[in-house]
Write a protein that binds this ligand. Structure first.
Ligand code: HEC
Ligand code: HEC
Ligand code: HEC
Length: 473
């Protein structure tokens, strides 16, 4: 009897043990999926792999390339249309090496060259998330709109061998502070900031994948859906040299700072990705960016010039063409002094985006307007009106030139009515033929290195922008 009881108790005990280990396994799976979900946020997989008004992760977003349009693919765990039959190794190969299950090479519009530094543990977590944390969606992939022979994929494999880094887990240089190292991992790796902020070379490769590639790294990229990603180096005029670490954190978290408000392609990054980063990761990113030297050596600093505001305040709008339009249309929000209203209407004085070499972004926001993406940290959606129907092409060109040359801003006033007409009607970006740094004129010595795109403004991969179309997913 006692023996029987002992045996029964033993069974219960073993059963209890099994129960706990089962529960333990489930909670680690849950943790793994959570970790993978966060990594997918760091990589902003969702913004690219969701079409405009489309189903989450089901693919179909159009990405312009110089040879035609390609579409992101369905990465939900659907077995027929998505990646449901991918093994973890096949998933790792797609994400880090750009090789899909059938062995063919992906277009590097998928930022696998950046993702090559993601370690195995993180891949494992992401795989768990995509297999078990994402809903399967039956939605077939779209074929690319590229005509033969350019549509052949084998040259992509040659490209991959020439330009894509061999996958290797990120290792910081000896002596790097841990937070700077974490920031470097995110910026160069999953965050793929260089995909937009680094110029591309003759074969569309990013000219540098990290700071060891020299001053061109993060020095400003091509035109993405008619938005320009400016320099993230510490230049005080064209870059973020006058931003503090906290400014960068605030910008990535809420999209608004005392210096600028987020717009265009970057609004997708903030709204769909960086607003969800932990504070410690945001600080790590900021301290890494601030650790990069100014590029090239700054030629002067930004200095506020009060004469524009004095003229406008005294009703003198004859100072330059565009001043009258500015006072009538823009000053109510951006103010006569170009200072805007903190965290509501961005300043235009000293705003790096306003003086960027290529005026396409600035002209684009005046033509089409903009909506600040609401974030958990700044929930109000504040809008900038579109002027394409209220102002003529000439008036828009004049007001763009006005804001680029007022309050101490020193960009060239070279936007014409025909530039605006093309931008408005055919969405053609403005291709500024020369690049000038500070007041130095055309810097021919560094032209090859710093001219943003060798074959013109559209020399990049340009995903469509969701902001203003869809709520963040
Ligand atoms: C900048 C846009 C972009 C981002 C960001 C992006 N992808 Fe992609 N991805 C693409 C495109 C475009 C393709 C298809 C390329 C092609 O057809 O050659 C693709 C293909 C893939 C494939 C191959 C799928 C298949 O159909 O075989 C996988 C897997 C994948 N991406 C996973 C991810 C993950 C995971 C992330 C986030 C860590 C991510 N992607 C982020 C654009 C992106
Ligand atoms: C899809 C393309 C894209 C990606 C990826 C991207 N950016 Fe941007 N970024 C832009 C564009 C376009 C702008 C200009 C619009 C603006 O200022 O809001 C910009 C602006 C910025 C600015 C403001 C700079 C200024 O001078 O006003 C910061 C800071 C920034 N990005 C940081 C980052 C970081 C950090 C990452 C990586 C986590 C990143 N970006 C990834 C496109 C991108
Ligand atoms: C109703 C208020 C309002 C008016 C009027 C207005 N803007 Fe804006 N402007 C905004 C807001 C809000 C943003 C931020 C939008 C965004 O980030 O998408 C903005 C952004 C901008 C930017 C990009 C700067 C940045 O850092 O985001 C430029 C350039 C700009 N406005 C120029 C103008 C010009 C030129 C006019 C007049 C033709 C004008 N604005 C009229 C509210 C306004």
């Amino acid at each position: 009897m006692i023996k029987g009881l002992k045996a029964a108790l033993g069974t219960v005990f073993v059963g209890l043990l099994a129960g706990t280990s089962l529960a333990h396994a489930q909670s680690t799976d849950g943790e793994l999926i959570k970790k993978g979900e966060y990594l997918a946020r760091l990589g902003d997989c969702v913004a690219c792999h969701t079409s405009l008004h489309g189903k989450v992760f089901a693919g179909g977003l159009a990405i312009q390339t110089p040879i035609g349009t390609i579409y992101s693919t369905n990465i939900t765990p659907d077995a027929a249309d998505g990646i449901g039959t991918y093994t973890e190794e096949q998933f790792a190969d797609a994400v880090r090496r750009g090789i899909r299950k059938d062995g063919s090479t992906l277009y590097p519009a998928m930022p696998y060259p950046s993702f090559s530094n993601i370690p195995d543990d993180d891949i494992k977590a992401m795989y768990a998330y995509f297999m078990h944390g994402v809903k399967p969606v039956a939605q077939p992939n779209k074929a690319e709109d590229i005509t033969w022979p350019l549509s052949m994929r084998w040259p992509l494999a040659v490209w991959r061998m020439m330009f894509a880094p061999t996958p290797a887990p990120f290792t910081p240089a000896p002596g790097t502070k841990p937070d700077v190292a974490r920031g470097e991992f995110i910026v160069t790796g999953p965050g793929h900031c260089g995909a937009c902020h680094t110029p591309r070379g003759f074969a569309m490769q990013e000219k540098a994948m990290n700071a060891s590639g020299g001053p061109v790294y993060l020095s400003g990229g091509g035109i993405i859906d008619n938005w320009i990603a400016p320099s993230l180096r510490s230049d005080p005029v064209q870059g973020i040299g006058r931003w503090s670490e906290d400014d960068i954190v605030e910008f990535l978290k809420s999209g608004r700072t005392d210096h600028a408000a987020v717009f265009g392609a970057m609004a997708d990054v903030v709204g769909w990705s960086s607003q969800y980063f932990t504070d410690s990761d945001l600080h790590a990113i900021a301290s890494y960016l601030k650790s990069l030297p100014a590029v090239p050596a700054p030629q002067g600093d930004y200095k506020y010039d009060p004469s524009t505001a004095q003229a406008l305040d005294s009703g003198n709008t004859a100072i330059t063409a565009g001043a009258k339009t500015y006072v009538e249309q823009c000053a109510i929000c951006h103010r006569n002094d170009g200072g805007g209203v903190p965290r509501m209407f961005p300043p235009l004085a000293g705003n790096p985006a306003v003086v960027s070499d290529n005026p396409t972004s600035v002209a684009h926001i005046v033509v089409d307007g903009g909506i600040l993406p609401p974030t958990n940290w700044a929930p109000s959606a504040v809008a900038m009106p579109a002027y394409k129907t209220t102002l003529s092409d000439q008036q828009i060109a004049d007001v763009v030139n006005f804001i680029r040359t007022s309050w101490g801003n020193k960009a060239p006033a070279n936007v014409t009515a025909s530039d605006i007409q093309k931008l408005r009607v055919t969405h053609t970006p403005i291709d500024a033929p020369t690049r000038t740094w500070g007041k130095g004129g055309v810097d021919t010595a560094t032209w090859g290195l710093f001219y943003p795109q060798p074959y013109g403004a559209g020399w990049t991969f340009a995903p469509q922008t969701h902001t203003g179309e869809d709520d963040a997913q």
